[in-house]
Design a protein around this ligand. Sequence first.
Ligand code: FPP
Length: 247
Amino acid sequence: MGKDRILELRDKLDFQRLPGHVAIIMDGNGRWARDRSLPRSAGHQEGMRRVVDIVEAANAIGIKYLSLYAFSTENWKRPKKEIDILMNILILYIKNELGKIHKNNIKIRVMGDIGPLPRLPRVEVKKAIEKTRANSGMVLNIGLNYGGRNEIVRGVKDIVRDVKLGKVDEDDIDVDLIARYLYTGDMPDPDLLIRPSGEIRVSNFMLYQIAYTEFWFSNIYWPDFTEEYLYAAIIDYQNRDRRFGGL
Ligand code: FPP
């Protein structure tokens, strides 16, 4: 798609009604590479380029929170070689982009337990969080060793601990309190969840937070997810009638 057509699409956005929080399950890197007889690593590399583009585009149009699923608790089942590739891409992304991210006032957050990550990516991720901690622009929330069920288990354990410590009254446990004990405790729920690659499932992503989220699925693979798809998804979202269970 030409640049003019992309800008035309962007102009169709209603900037008064942007989704505050967009979440994306980035999927299809492997199939994108397979279709081109390339190694899977090439798909992940191209996927990283789309992360660069989409972070920039989301920030430019004024999205406040962008959550990206980069590595799931289930991804450890992949061959070590592929895990290493993904970790190296994460390191590369931070090394290449942190300066620009910081300059753009973007705040990096991570959801998931980065403890089990190899040392190098862990150090880079911590550096990125530290450097951007005081930024007040878009929050880039990256799911790393993240699983929605684990997140809920962890939250429940923390609540039990705080009840025992007398910090939380059992009677005060409600929907909002549980939400505050999740990694996203201080963030609004996603308004829009995007999943490319033709899979129509949630795959353990932000299970508690997506109760009223609008979903947008597409057959294209993540490495093909250039900015116009983000605009198309948002335009679709803006044409929906969100009732949150009401009339
Ligand atoms: C799914 O494709 C994608 C992933 C498991 C990882 C997503 C990672 C990136 C886009 C790289 C960089 C991320 C950051 C935040 C810098 P798949 O391998 O499951 O594809 P397939 O289902 O076609 O095999």
